[in-house]
Ligand binder design. Structure first.
Ligand SMILES: NC(=O)c1ccc[n+]([C@@H]2O[C@H](COP(=O)([O-])OP(=O)(O)OC[C@H]3O[C@@H](n4cnc5c(N)ncnc54)[C@H](O)[C@@H]3O)[C@@H](O)[C@H]2O)c1
Length: 477
């Protein structure tokens, strides 16, 4: 048998394409989570009507799509049609029990159900690719991270595909090589929400669309409290509603905060504070639009402590089209970010900017790039030789090498926890005291004990760290 090379060994010896694999058929070795490198990986998709459909099409030639599960068979119809050989299910639990030919599961349901489905799949020995943000709550992200640690042979990946981008990796190398100097401030922004958000919750009950059954609706809601069906909370739009989605921050920060989070090795923040847009429906009366919906625009400030020789960092997030400040060094016509978002790192030597998916990383001002010699690569390249994040996951499964996966839960978990902390800071403004008055009078700064998973200066805020699951639903495993 030829030993399969680790990701680091690949880097040393050049292209991963030339690596030799063990030629051992699946049935000889077997075991939980085992796929012989000579075999294709049998993949199931859960939630395949939107991004999941795209993920299934990007798995590459070393994957077979063997099962597809969706609660809405009309919405998922185009995916079912594309993979006619795959068995179709409405309930992932039934699929995991009945389908014998599943090695790995792609999960692209709304944020609300990621953790529950991933946990069940991992418990059944399946490798998992889970869309971003990894989970809906901080507690769930911690639980999945622990689960992955307990099952080190399972290959885990979060679907923030920009993490595999060459220029995202380069930013980390520039920081490591000291190109930026000390970085103590980062600004991140997005044009999201690009769906209705900051609205009162729809009250009407509307008949279920033809593609989804009553049981399917129950499954779509998952652990969230029971709600009547309404198209305003359904496909894609669920992002704006706290019971199901995680707002603009949850939607985009796993892409946009990811490059500085990796490059600066940020870890857990110690404080967070949030400011959001308000809507006055009459004089001096703010309409209550954000208790169930995320606001239409917000600013969130995270403070990270010093790490080794790296100074403390203030990271400012803005969404809803608001940008913190345009750097003076940029020419008036220069674009600020790419694809509707970006991150700007303020270094003591220079600033650097990266796009929405860690793309187009550049020094600021841009003309510095013409005389800039990039430092030699020191980190493994994932995307360049394999054509994408999904394929990277498939290849890691074939190699049986968790270190080959670009964005495993050991990284994705803490990143997701940090991002979701921002939503807690947003949501505390809706907390009420027993007299029905706002508990938090003005926007306050929350103190976070990351390892203990606890807000230490406002106990009521901890209810958002771990939500109550609806009766009959559990995280599994
Ligand atoms: N990485 C990216 O660039 C990217 C882009 C878009 C979406 N996403 C992520 O993908 C996920 C899905 O987003 P979307 O825009 O595709 O949403 P969507 O509403 O368009 O699609 C979700 C699909 O999941 C199905 N579904 C819902 N609950 C289910 C359940 N319990 N079991 C089985 N199927 C279920 C729905 O019927 C639908 O087909 C989200 O987590 C989102 O953040 C990532």
């Amino acid at each position: 048998m030829t030993k399969v090379k680790s990701r680091r060994e690949f880097l040393k010896t050049g292209s991963a394409v030339t690596a030799s694999f063990m030629i051992v058929p699946r049935h000889v070795l077997g075991g939980k989570g085992f796929v012989a490198p000579s075999d294709k990986v049998n993949v199931a998709g859960v939630g395949v009507g939107g991004m999941g459909f795209s993920n299934m099409q990007h798995l590459g030639p070393n994957a077979n799509v063997t099962a597809l599960c969706d609660t809405d068979w009309d919405y998922a119809g185009k995916c079912f049609k594309k993979f006619p050989q795959a068995k179709q299910y409405r309930d992932f639990r039934e699929m995991l029990v009945k389908s014998k030919d599943i090695d790995a599961v792609v999960i692209a349901t709304p944020d609300n159900t990621h953790a529950m489905i991933a946990m069940h799949a991992m418990d059944k020995g399946k490798h998992v690719y889970v869309q971003k943000p990894l989970t809906h709550d901080i507690y769930e992200a911690r639980a999945l991270t622990e689960m992955a640690k307990k099952h080190p042979k399972l290959i885990t990946q979060m679907g923030n595909q920009g993490h595999s981008n060459e220029s995202n990796i380069e930013l980390a190398e520039w920081v490591k090589a000291g190109v930026l100097g000390d970085v103590s401030k980062v600004e991140c922004w997005t044009n999201r929400p690009v769906w209705p958000q900051g609205l009162p919750y729809p009250k009407d009950e509307v008949a279920l669309p033809a593609g989804i059954t009553k049981e399917g609706w129950d499954m779509w809601l998952g652990p969230a409290e029971y709600k009547a069906f309404n198209p305003a909370i359904y496909h894609f739009k669920w992002r704006g509603w706290w019971p199901f989605g995680t707002g603009a921050l949850g939607d985009m920060a796993c892409h946009i905060i990811d490059p500085p989070f990796r490059a600066l090795n940020l870890g857990y923040p110690t404080t967070v504070e949030a400011y959001s847009s308000t809507f006055y429906d009459r004089d001096f009366h703010a309409a209550e639009t954000t208790s169930e919906s995320a606001p239409s625009a917000s600013k969130i400030v995270f403070n990270f402590p010093a790490r080794g020789s790296m100074p403390a960092v203030k990271l400012v997030w803005t969404d809803g089209g608001i940008i913190y400040e345009r750097p003076e060094e940029l020419k008036d016509q220069d674009a600020l970010g790419w694809d509707g978002g970006g991150a700007l790192l303020h270094g003591s030597k220079t600033k650097a900017m990266t796009g929405c998916y860690g793309d187009n990383t550049t020094l600021v001002p841009f003309d510095k790039m013409s005389s800039f010699t990039k430092p030699a690569p020191t980190l493994p390249r994932i995307a360049g030789n394999q054509g994408g994040h999904e394929r990277n996951w498939i290849q890691a499964i074939q190699q049986g090498d968790p270190s080959f996966a670009s964005c495993p839960f050991s990284y994705a978990g803490p990143l997701t926890e940090t991002i979701l902390l921002g939503n807690i800071a947003l949501r505390v403004s809706n907390l009420k005291n027993p007299q029905g008055r706002p508990l938090v009078k003005e926007q306050i700064r929350l103190h976070w004990d990351g390892p203990a998973m606890k807000i230490t200066n406002l106990d009521e805020a901890n209810q958002f760290v771990k939500r109550e699951y609806r009766k009959g639903w559990d995280l599994g495993a």
